[in-house]
Design a protein around this ligand. Structure first.
Ligand SMILES: [Zn+2]
Length: 139
């Protein structure tokens, strides 16, 4: 089974034998399905053609952006605080380098999501970065 990722918005779906019929995000009236139609990828394919770029935005703030851009060009911001780190939004691409970076910068205690497009692979895989099987608090 494969956890398919919508190429238009970057949302990952639960594992299935075939891609979903439609992306719930893209078919919402506030979004759109591209004129070329709905298409899907996998995390493995995404890893082979993209990587994440890390940039210090300000003291305690690091951006994580996928390059070349994927989905709607999502980016995550890691805010480091004495009480633990918080991810503001997520990106679809999670790879070993991103996990290593997150682990190296401290414990992620929460994830805040601004839009449904940002509810991507990092939510499910991020516990690896914390060395935990439990998902962090979201909201
Ligand atoms: Zn979509």
């Amino acid at each position: 089974m494969t956890a398919f990722i919508c190429t238009a918005c970057g949302t990952q779906y639960p594992p299935s034998d075939a891609p979903p019929d439609a992306c719930l995000i893209c078919t919402d009236e506030r979004q759109f399905v591209p004129a070329s139609g709905q298409s899907w990828t996998t995390l493995e394919r995404l890893r082979s053609a993209h990587s994440n770029k890390f940039r210090r935005l300000a003291a305690g703030l690091t951006t994580i952006e996928t390059t070349p851009a994927f989905g709607i060009g999502q980016r995550a911001i890691l805010a480091r605080t004495p009480a633990g780190n918080v991810l503001w939004d997520c990106v679809a691409l999670i790879d070993d380098a991103t996990v290593d970076l997150l682990k190296g910068l401290g414990v992620v205690v929460g994830i805040a999501i601004s839009h449904p497009h940002y509810y991507t692979t990092m939510v499910g895989v991020e516990p690896r970065a914390r060395g935990s099987a439990d998902p962090p608090a979201c909201g």
